[in-house]
Structures are given as structure tokens and as C-alpha cells.
Design a protein around this ligand. Structure first.
Ligand SMILES: [Zn+2]
Length: 298
């Protein structure tokens, strides 16, 4: 399988200019390194009817193209099940019956990193498990043997983060993002992951999980987010930040594309024209403040 990059939107609503900027970056990283570029819809959770079609239309409108068909995670349940089964057979999973509240209230183990699962259900007896099963369905957690892991990132360098007993499958049967993303990237031959840097902290978990499954970890590039004037992550409430709203304000998709390219120090025009001058080393390392566009200010 040839190497590939990808964009993987969650169809929970409309893409905003921050999402589109990340997609353009992922596309440029892939094109400039001779990779295929794949489109994967991460619809395991919070999918909203009609959102996928709108997102794909908006991506195409700013020039983001992809190779092959669109892959949807909801079509890939057997792959996730097989991965969890392999981990279970290796003694690397356990059932967890904790509510969110119980996890919050549990005393954390000494030296446990902040936000890490406290391990409440790690050593339940068969009898305890039996009793708990009668009360609530179990989530499946990874039985991690490390407390942290280190990944290499093209923009962040070496990054070390927490690896706890994270959830692989929620107690409502939904496969967790950390599992699905690892399984899918490997199965699709994705060896370059470009995405927003809000996902950097969970990346060591994913790299560790990949190693347990005998899968290669991809090359990572976590790119800065787009923020509003208060420095908060851009959101719908920040005014006209989607192509649809910007169009109503008289701003065309190519104009949005050119503004996003300019924010990256890249020339205006079709994305192909930006490929020769694209150099990850020259990318801004700071979040970009969305300035609003003519007549459509936030
Ligand atoms: Zn638990």
C-alpha cells in the first residue's frame, strides 16, 4: 500500500474556517511529499444528518481533493472489534463500570498524572465484576503497562504525554476515538497524520496502542488552531465562520481559500499553486486569529 495522508472530519455540524485551514494543511503536507490523500468521516459519535454532505461540499469548494471513495467509521465495526479482541486475548483489556462521577471523585493514585483514570476497576475479582455487570454495562479499558509515551511531531519535536488505562469501547458500545483512529490509519496505509494541535495530548496514547497492536505509528504534524479575538478556539458563535455564512455576506469560497493560504504565508490561487512553496519549517507556530472577512466581521 502506498503511503497516504488524510483528513478525518466528524460530521457533527458545519466545518468552520479553522477546520478548512487544517484540511488545506493536511492536503499540502500530503501533496508535497507525494502521498495519496484520503477522506475519512469519523461518524462513530455525534453524527448529524446531512452534515457529512455539507462538509465534503465545503472541502471541495476550497480545493481539497481526495483519492478514492469516502470511508466512514460506522462501516468498520469488524476492524475495531478484531483489534479489541486481540488486545483482550493478550490480557491487555479489562471491564470498567465507573460512572464519570465516580472517576472524578476517586482519589487518584500517588504519582498518577492529572486526568488519568485512577484504575478503580483494574483488579476487580470475578465476583465483583459479576455483581457490577448486573447493574451497568461495562466499558472496555486498555490495561496499559506504561504511564507515558513519547512521540515525534514535525512541528512540536519530541512530545511526551500521559498514557493511562484509556477507554477502547464505551459502555454504550461505541468504539472510542483513540481506538478507531489507530486501527483506521494503519488499515488505510496512513503514515502521515496532520490535524489540530488540540489532539497532540492524546497522541502518545494512540502511538502506544499502535505499538501494542504491532502497527506502525504514523508521522505526526499537529498544526496550530484558529482562534477568535479572545484567543478561544473558533466556534460558530464567532459570527460568519462557515462557507455558507460567509457566502451570505458576499464572500466566495475562493476568497476564503486565499485568506487561509495567506495566513500560512502561501500564495493565493488554486491549492496546487501553493505546493511548490509549501515548507513545514516555515509554517507559523502560533494560533491564527481569525480576522473576519469584509462585511462579515464577527
Ligand atoms: Zn472503572
Amino acid at each position: 500500500m502506498t503511503s497516504a495522508g488524510r483528513f478525518a472530519p466528524s460530521p457533527s455540524g458545519e466545518l468552520h474556517v479553522g477546520n478548512l485551514r487544517t484540511a488545506i494543511l493536511a492536503w499540502l503536507f500530503a501533496q508535497s511529499t507525494g502521498r495519496r490523500f484520503l477522506m475519512r468521516v469519523e461518524d462513530l459519535d455525534r453524527a448529524r444528518a446531512g452534515a457529512e454532505a455539507g462538509q465534503l461540499r465545503d472541502l471541495a469548494a476550497v480545493g481539497v481533493t481526495w483519492d478514492g471513495g469516502v470511508v466512514r467509521q460506522t462501516d468498520r465495526e469488524p476492524l475495531y472489534r478484531e483489534a479489541i479482541e486481540r488486545l483482550r486475548a493478550a490480557g491487555l483489556t479489562y471491564e470498567c463500570f465507573c460512572t464519570r462521577r465516580e472517576i472524578q471523585d476517586a482519589p487518584s493514585a500517588p504519582h498518577a498524572p492529572q486526568g488519568a483514570y485512577p484504575g478503580t476497576c483494574r483488579s476487580l475479582t470475578d465476583g465483583e465484576r459479576e455483581a457490577k455487570r448486573a447493574v451497568r454495562p461495562a466499558a472496555t479499558r486498555l490495561r496499559s503497562t506504561v504511564a507515558e509515551a513519547t512521540v515525534r511531531d514535525l512541528l512540536h519535536g519530541s512530545f511526551t504525554g500521559v498514557v493511562d488505562d484509556f477507554v477502547l469501547r464505551r459502555n454504550d458500545g461505541v468504539n472510542a476515538y483513540n481506538l478507531a483512529v489507530v486501527v483506521d490509519d494503519a488499515a488505510q496505509g496512513v503514515d502521515q497524520v496532520v490535524r489540530g494541535d488540540d489532539l497532540l495530548p492524546s497522541t502518545p496514547r494512540q502511538a502506544y496502542l499502535a505499538s501494542l497492536l504491532g502497527l506502525p505509528a504514523p508521522e505526526y504534524a499537529h498544526v496550530p488552531l484558529v482562534v477568535n479575538r479572545d484567543g478561544a478556539r473558533l466556534a460558530k458563535r464567532d459570527g460568519a465562520v462557515t462557507l455558507a455564512d460567509l457566502a451570505l455576506a458576499g464572500v466566495s469560497a475562493p476568497e476564503v481559500r486565499d485568506t487561509l493560504l495567506a495566513s500560512l504565508g502561501l500564495p493565493a490561487g488554486p491549492l496546487e499553486h501553493a505546493v511548490p512553496s509549501f515548507d513545514p519549517a516555515l509554517l507559523p507556530r502560533e494560533p491564527w486569529v481569525w480576522p473576519g472577512m469584509a462585511g462579515a466581521g464577527a
